[in-house]
Design a protein around this ligand. Structure first.
Ligand code: KG4
Ligand code: ZN
Length: 344
């Protein structure tokens, strides 16, 4: 099969993503998010996300097909995220994908969400193809992972990940401490614009020499979140107004510093002069700025797909399956299930 026409389904968190690709060409990328429904809880509620996927899936599939201008009968394969992610949310996508594949009698590919984020890069068309090896830093509300990609379809190694909160989750929780709305990332980014990133020296998780021995490429944001909480409490106890802009800027600086430092350490240690960024937190202006500057100083080239392909989406899932098909990988057996802790 030369240029397979693949429909990808992504439901691992709060985005119902349906994407259609032909080979490495993006035809449609439809996303329905239940983020608004989670806003009043200050974070993603798994049951709410699963129910929202159930409601959003069929309209999203119809919209994606219409946008791509293709019919169901033209598809060569269906792809779905089988993990990692929220169990109930994943199950909705996996069930729908199996039903669709069986009904049109086409092969089904179960793929890994994190590897899907890396595959987003191949849809960026026009630019040179992803070169191997590359280091990938994936930061979102659900994951913070550092990967060594030697080959997208056969050789992706997880170097490290967060030991507690994901980076986006830390933004969301700290925003709440500062009485900013959900999702907190964009709010903190905005508030930080008027603040001094050096005003408060917040801790950089797992960055001490004693931590680095065991957790060189791992992340931890819970200590940072607690440090912000203490700072806010102290202001309140002393009856002084919380300097929101300075706290936001200093917090953002601590997150950005640790993400960029560890990603570039992996590049240096492994002799890999390429870094791919992905996940919704890449929307952070300071993160992109610092990553680009420090990578240039270190002789590392940085790739950042457009934001619509960085946040969770179905196109990246379809793209990964398309690569697997082209590499000769047989389809998944229909007995696979959702796996919330699926390894890469
Ligand atoms: O990839 P994504 O859209 O999906 C999920 O993880 O579900 O990422 C969403 C996360 C949220 O935690 C949000 O606060 C964070 O990305 N985020 C940001 C920014 N924009 C979104 N974090 C920091 N700075 C931003 N500008
Ligand atoms: Zn993701």
């Amino acid at each position: 099969m030369n240029e397979p026409l693949v429909l990808g389904i992504e439901t691992s968190c709060d985005e119902t993503g349906i994407g259609i690709v032909r080979g490495r060409t993006l035809l449609s990328n439809t996303i329905a998010s239940s983020m608004d429904e989670h806003a009043r809880y200050g974070g993603v509620v798994p049951e709410v996300a699963a129910r929202a996927h159930l409601e959003a899936l069929q309209p999203a599939i119809d919209a994606a097909l219409a946008e791509a201008g293709v019919g169901l009968d033209e598809l060569d394969a269906v792809a779905v995220t089988s993990g990692p992610g929220l169990a109930g949310a994943l199950m909705v996508g996996v069930g729908a994908a199996k039903g669709l594949a069986v009904s049109i009698d086409k092969p089904l590919y179960a793929v890994n969400h994190l590897v899907g984020h890396i595959a987003a890069d191949i849809l960026t068309g026009g630019s040179a193809p992803l070169e191997y090896p590359t280091i990938a830093l994936l930061v979102s509300g659900g994951h913070t992972s550092l990967l060594h990609v030697r080959d997208l379809t056969t050789d992706v190694e997880l170097l490290g990940e967060t030991m507690d909160d994901a980076a986006g989750e830390a933004f969301d929780k700290v925003a709440r401490l500062l009485s900013l709305p959900y999702p907190g990332g964009p709010e903190i980014d905005r508030a930080a614009a008027d603040g001094d990133p050096e005003a408060i020296r917040f801790p950089r998780g797992l960055s001490r020499a004693s931590d680095l021995a065991k957790h060189r490429y791992d992340f931890s944001f819970s200590g940072l979140k607690t440090a912000v909480a203490r700072w806010v409490e102290r202001c309140e106890a002393e009856g002084v107004e919380v300097p929101v802009a300075d706290v936001a800027a200093s917090f953002r600086e601590a997150v950005v510093d640790v993400l960029v430092t560890k990603a570039l350490a992996a590049c240096a240690d492994l002799g890999v002069p390429r870094l791919l960024l992905g996940g919704g937190v890449i929307a952070n202006r300071r993160l992109r700025e610092v990553a680009l500057r420090r990578a240039a100083e270190a002789g590392v080239t940085v790739r950042i797909p457009p934001l619509s392909l960085c946040t969770d989406n179905g196109a990246m899932i379809a793209a990964l399956a398309s690569e697997l098909i082209s590499s000769g990988r047989p389809p998944s057996r229909l007995t696979f299930g959702a796996d919330s802790t699926l390894p890469v």
